[in-house]
Design a protein around this ligand. Structure first.
Ligand SMILES: Cc1cc2nc3c(=O)[nH]c(=O)nc-3n(C[C@H](O)[C@H](O)[C@H](O)COP(=O)(O)OP(=O)(O)OC[C@H]3O[C@@H](n4cnc5c(N)ncnc54)[C@H](O)[C@@H]3O)c2cc1C
Length: 475
């Protein structure tokens, strides 16, 4: 009898499928507290046609598939939820297929990383830029967009799914489909509208509705005049109020606020970091840009005025040009504002890393930060809060990151802490993102049941044999 491994090997080549103990171990876990679960096989396709054959075989054999890009979601999102899963690692599909200068988009395969895109654009299309997260350059551009993540243009343009012009996917039943304007041809990925917006069948689904094999993403003109600033502030409500004013004024391309302990980690302080009486609570890195120096100068003046006004309430608020930070900390500091970079590698100082992150209504942002901080402090972890105003202040992001040693005591403590943070977030009607299964289940308990039922129905319709990432998102 032909084994499953041999059958997959016939599709991708025998050297691109493995059931080795080492591979099964590596793909069974991530840095988070989410419980590991070994797959039976790992396969590495290199074309959409191979993905299609893998999906067809999985249907025949009723084998669960888990799409995998780089496994850096910090939500356990590539850990199989059922026995005998096959991991479909898409890293070999790493071609940048096209950059359309006039339509300002890039078409990529799922193994393309932020590092690839930045290098390619800088070398070949220097007037255009993509948008980059603080994660390492090797993380996947497509997975980040599918997960509705956030990058350094999100303060202006919103979550990453908004950057998607269209995509190609292998459905759970094996058909290859396109959505977006490229339904009229491969040279036509200019947008999603006016059409039924089926991009939403794939974003936010954590690989439950198919395997995306190609995606067109918006690029933006690189503004020739750019300056970076660091803003140091005190108190959660003061910090979020200032960020709201800056974002609503459309002053900053990017505004990423970090609790001061993260700033101290970035400058090389060893863990665990403790807060010192009197130091600022938050440091925000701001990027301002303009198509003329005049435009940029005016934005800087408005920013200075906003910060000056805030001093009536908190005289210690401080705005400094980033050149001053770089003089103090060396040129390496530019890795904190010019992405992708490896400058946030301090977050992986321990073998454990987790977060509870959400998108939230602006009115609840300060309270979430204020109360969340108390929860993290109660559990004795370093305060590592990250905040970003999103889409011109239509909504906001906050997350609490915890880096921890993976011993039993910390695994238990970190679960309790994240649970409490999630309860707080849901009380404030925040929506958790990149949701691990435990977190999705809590969301289901509070959400409109008809929404959850609709999600289930769509999933069953697309995937009648239930082969795509079963158990994911608590479904
Ligand atoms: C230190 C650190 C900092 C980070 N900072 C940021 C940040 O600033 N902003 C941000 O948004 N994220 C951040 N992340 C998270 C991470 O970088 C992103 O979520 C990442 O881009 C997702 O890509 P991945 O390759 O890790 O996806 P994976 O973990 O491999 O996959 C994630 C999910 O998508 C599914 N999936 C993957 N590829 C496909 C596909 N082609 N078709 C269908 N489903 C698919 C998987 O099944 C899984 O459910 C950070 C992570 C770390 C470790």
């Amino acid at each position: 009898m032909v084994s499953l491994k041999e059958k997959f090997g016939r599709i991708v080549g025998a050297d691109r499928v493995s059931d080795g103990a080492a591979e099964r171990y590596v793909y069974s876990r991530d840095m988070t507290e989410n419980p590991p679960h070994e797959p039976q096989l790992v396969v590495m396709p290199s074309t959409a046609e191979e993905v299609q054959q893998i999906v067809r075989l999985a249907n025949e054999e009723r084998v669960p598939l888990v799409p995998f890009a780089t496994g850096q979601s910090v939500g356990g999102l590539t850990i199989p939820q059922v026995d005998d899963a096959v991991i479909v690692d898409l890293k070999r599909m790493n071609k940048i297929l096209n950059v359309d200068e006039e339509g300002m988009y890039i078409v990529v395969e799922p193994g393309v990383t932020f590092g690839h895109v930045r290098k390619y654009l800088d070398e070949n299309h220097p007037s255009l830029r993509y948008t980059y997260p603080i994660s390492s350059p090797f993380t996947s551009v497509i997975a980040n967009a599918l997960l509705q993540g956030l990058c350094d243009l999100s303060t202006r343009y919103g979550a990453m799914a908004e950057f998607i012009n269209g995509l190609e996917a292998v459905l759970p039943t094996g058909e290859i489909v396109r959505v977006g304007s490229a339904i009229l041809g491969d040279d036509n990925w200019f947008g999603r509208f006016p059409l039924p917006d089926l991009v939403g069948l794939f974003t936010g689904w954590q690989g439950m509705t198919g395997i995306v094999t190609k995606m067109a993403l918006q690029l933006w003109p690189k503004k020739p005049f750019t300056r970076h600033f660091a803003l140091f502030t005190f108190g959660e409500f003061m910090t979020t109020d200032l960020l709201k004013q800056i974002a609503r004024g459309d002053l900053a391309e990017d505004a990423g606020a970090l609790s001061f302990s993260v700033v101290k980690a970035l400058i090389g302080m060893p863990a665990p970091i403790e807060a010192i009486e009197g130091e600022p609570d938050y440091g925000t890195f701001l990027t301002l840009s303009g198509i003329t120096s005049l435009e940029l100068d005016e934005k800087v003046r408005v920013l200075e005025r906003i910060v000056d006004r805030s001093k009536a309430e908190e005289p210690k608020n401080l705005l400094i040009p980033f050149e001053a930070v770089a003089r103090l900390m060396s040129e390496e500091a530019y890795g904190w504002v010019d992405f992708p970079s490896d400058s946030f590698k301090q977050l992986t100082e321990y073998d454990g890393l987790t977060w509870m992150g959400t998108y939230i209504h602006p009115k609840n942002w300060g309270e979430a930060l204020f109360k969340g901080r108390r929860i993290v402090e109660k559990y004795g972890y370093e305060l590592m809060a990250f905040l970003k105003p999103m889409k011109g202040m239509h909504f906001c992001e906050f997350k609490f990151i915890i880096r921890f040693p993976r011993d039993d005591e910390n695994l238990k403590k970190v679960r309790q802490c994240n649970n409490e943070l999630l309860d707080l977030a849901l009380d404030l009607k925040a929506i958790p993102y990149k949701t691990p299964v435990w977190s999705a289940r809590k969301l289901h308990e509070r959400a409109d049941p008809n929404f959850i039922e609709l999600v289930r129905r769509i999933r069953n319709l697309l995937d009648p044999n239930g082969i795509m990432n079963p158990g994911r998102w608590g479904l």
